[in-house]
Ligand binder design. Structure first.
Ligand SMILES: [Zn+2]
Length: 191
């Protein structure tokens, strides 16, 4: 199978993992680790639900693969992830001795495979994982954009609902004053 076709097929699996994260309300990033063309482990971003700031998709896939192999080195393994890795994940990828990293969308805010810095091109680090960027970049980026657009819509709806509730409370407190106003009117009628 040509490398590009295999890379896209694996990135689709990583995208499925990203959708699992979105369902749980987490930023949708997914990862897959393969060895000899076969899927070894998967992971999706889950730091909020797990109360674990290190629970990024890559770290979770790396932990699962290492446990499965009974080895802290993932030699001959390749990692696919929908978003450019952050500094923590870039470090873990190199500590794990992964042979190859393939990622989808670039992350201009925390990406450390070329966007903010390139830890994979740092010659002072002793291991160098081969990096391929931009596989299914559009689909990977769209998954993130859709998620954040949905969150913005939800936030807006919540603010509108709170405004409506506040207006409702104001109206009912005015209603509460009506008997007093009525009382005044009644007194006028008595006069
Ligand atoms: Zn990360």
């Amino acid at each position: 199978m040509p490398a590009r076709i295999r890379d896209e097929a694996m990135m689709r699996l990583a995208l499925d993992q990203a959708h699992n994260a979105a369902i749980l309300g987490e930023v949708p990033v997914g990862a897959v680790i393969i060895r000899e063309g076969k899927v070894l482990a998967t992971g999706f971003n889950h730091p909020i639900g797990m109360h674990d700031p290190t629970a990024h998709a890559e770290i979770r896939a790396i932990r699962a693969a290492a446990e499965l192999l009974g080895n802290y080195r993932l030699v001959d393994c390749e990692l696919y992830v929908t978003l450019e890795p952050c500094a923590m994940c870039a470090g873990a990828i190199q500590h794990a001795r992964l042979r190859r990293l393939v990622f989808g969308a670039r992350d201009p805010k925390t990406g450390c495979a070329g966007s903010i810095t390139d830890l994979f091109a740092e010659t002072r680090l002793n291991h160098h994982t081969e990096v391929v960027a931009g596989v299914l970049e559009q689909a990977c980026g769209q998954t993130l954009s859709d998620f954040f657009a949905g969150r913005r819509r939800e936030r807006k709806a919540r603010i509108e609902a709170e405004k409506d509730n506040a207006a409702g409370r104001a109206a009912s407190s005015l209603e509460g004053e009506r008997p007093a106003l009525g009382g005044i009117e009644v007194r006028f009628e008595d006069d």
